[in-house]
Design a protein around this ligand. Structure first.
Ligand SMILES: Nc1ncnc2c1ncn2[C@@H]1O[C@H](COP(=O)(O)OP(=O)(O)OP(=O)(O)O)[C@@H](O)[C@H]1O
Ligand SMILES: [Mg+2]
Length: 235
């Protein structure tokens, strides 16, 4: 079976500073795959390279069998790849509902996601639908950024550090919510430093180290083998 997404031998640099040195990975439809690794190993750069936000100097990105390398981000999004950035950028002056509506208008991809469906997935957003997004808590903003991306009806969701900076209880809820998305059949690529979060969610894992893939395998392997986990991820 052809992969939904295939990344082959990606090399990406910012100016003279090379960050990725031949990253390869693939994702099958319906899978939840996690990119794990410490601070600065290139998780976000890998996701940005897939999304067309940073141009790789070498390598290939294939979506449903065809190359999307060099496509601008809006075109990648329209092809069905939704991106939730690390910095949770919401339109601060727009209300929660307006943020969702704007995303719907921009997307042009038909599908099942409506503001109502987002509120069903993230019930805490419903009572604050009329609040300006600038006044939301970190957890509420994370729900809204994900919800906004869902309004574009993606087939693959790229989630960059969703649990970062959130309180433990909020992270627990987020874990349930993303698990619900996975159960609906959405394919997910998650970048995380938090291994507790990612290992509960992921089917497969790629561990990055200094811009290369150091390990790839079933998430269960890492869940069950503490020594391996320490070797790959200890600070
Ligand atoms: N826009 C940029 N310009 C220059 N260097 C950058 C830029 N973005 C990232 N870098 C550098 O590239 C390297 C990899 O960064 P990247 O954000 O991909 O790592 P990461 O694994 O996502 O880290 P984190 O866990 O902190 O999010 C880091 O050394 C970082 O300083
Ligand atoms: Mg990052």
């Amino acid at each position: 079976m052809a992969s939904l997404l295939e990344v082959r031998d990606l090399h990406t640099a910012y100016g003279l500073s090379q960050v990725l040195f031949g990253v390869s990975l693939e994702i099958q439809a319906g899978e939840c795959v996690c990119l794990l690794g410490r601070n600065g190993v290139g998780k976000s750069t890998t996701i940005r390279s897939i999304m067309g936000l940073t141009r790789p100097s070498r390598g290939e990105v294939r979506w449903k069998g065809g190359s999307i390398l060099g496509w601008p981000p809006f075109r990648v999004a329209r092809a069905g790849i939704g991106f939730v950035p690390e910095d949770r950028r919401v339109f601060a002056d727009l209300t929660v509902r307006e943020n969702l509506d704007v995303a719907r208008q921009v997307s042009r991809r038909p599908g099942e996601w409506t503001a109502e469906a987002v509120f069903e997935l993230f019930p805490p957003l419903r009572p604050i639908a009329g609040r300006r997004a600038g006044y939301l808590s970190g957890g509420e903003q994370q729900m809204l950024t994900i919800g906004r991306t869902l309004m574009g009806n993606p087939e693959l969701l790229l989630l960059d550090e969703p649990s970062e900076g959130l309180a433990p209880l909020v992270v627990e809820h987020l874990l349930e919510q993303v698990t619900a998305l996975k159960r609906r059949g959405l394919t997910i690529l998650l970048a995380e430093q938090g291994i507790a979060f990612s290992l509960q969610l992921a089917d497969r894992v790629y561990v990055l180290e200094k811009g290369t893939v150091r390990f790839s395998g079933a998430a269960a392997e890492l869940r069950e083998d503490e020594a391996l986990r320490d070797r790959l991820l200890a600070l």
